[in-house]
Design a binder for this molecule. Structure first.
Ligand SMILES: Cc1cc2nc3c(=O)[nH]c(=O)nc-3n(C[C@H](O)[C@H](O)[C@H](O)COP(=O)(O)O)c2cc1C
Length: 181
């Protein structure tokens, strides 16, 4: 089963990327996991949407081939970071590659609230006609104070690891449910 990770942060030391890296390490033998690079996508404009960009095609193909998508988003000013919205806007045009894909939304922040506002916005965005993913219900994931849960660029907090494991295992069941629809 192919899982595509989409991390909302383009920051080199991103905590959200570390969370996705943890999932990749933990489940790399169970699933074929890739992490999309969204930082080099051009800024979406309808004026250029019919032009060819290798970066857009690369991500579009990754989405197309994925059986399940895991979003891991930080929160920027109470919403999703611009780079993530830009990626979604690109994917929403042309052939609808996100349509019907099972998806899980995760997120973390250095503050207490664990990017919950961004996650709820992301849920609303992804429910749009033309995107219409099958979002795993009731699985908002609050990982607050994330700085205290990583060391040397890796997630080390055992409670957070098992929390994430349960999210991924529930997502596995959700993907299979959606595939049976
Ligand atoms: C432009 C900007 C806006 C931010 N706004 C919020 C916010 O609204 N809520 C929040 O909890 N953290 C906010 N933060 C802090 C982020 O949670 C923090 O930078 C986090 O480390 C980003 O995730 P990353 O490590 O994956 O890049 C903001 C950070 C930036 C750079």
């Amino acid at each position: 089963m192919k899982i595509l990770g989409i991390v909302g942060s383009t920051r080199k030391g991103s905590y959200n990327k570390m969370i996705m890296n943890y999932i990749e390490e933990e489940y790399g033998n169970t699933y074929d996991i890739e992490i999309a690079e969204i930082g080099d996508l051009p800024l979406y404009s309808q004026d250029i949407e019919l032009e060819h960009f290798d970066a857009v095609e690369r991500v579009r193909n990754q989405v197309k081939e994925a059986d399940g998508i895991i979003f891991v988003t930080p929160e920027h000013n109470s919403s999703v970071p611009a780079a993530l919205k830009n990626m979604i806007d690109w994917m929403s045009r042309g052939k609808p590659v996100f349509l019907g894909k099972p998806a899980l939304i995760l997120g973390s922040s250095i503050g207490m609230l664990g990017s919950i506002k961004a996650q709820l916005h992301l849920r609303q965005i992804l429910n749009t006609t033309g995107l219409a993913l099958y979002l795993q219900p009731a699985e908002e994931t609050v990982i607050g104070l994330v700085k205290s849960k990583v060391e040397d660029g890796k997630l080390v907090d055992e409670a957070t690891k098992s929390y994430l494991n349960s999210k991924v295992e529930n997502f596995d069941k959700w993907i299979k449910k959606v595939q049976d629809l």
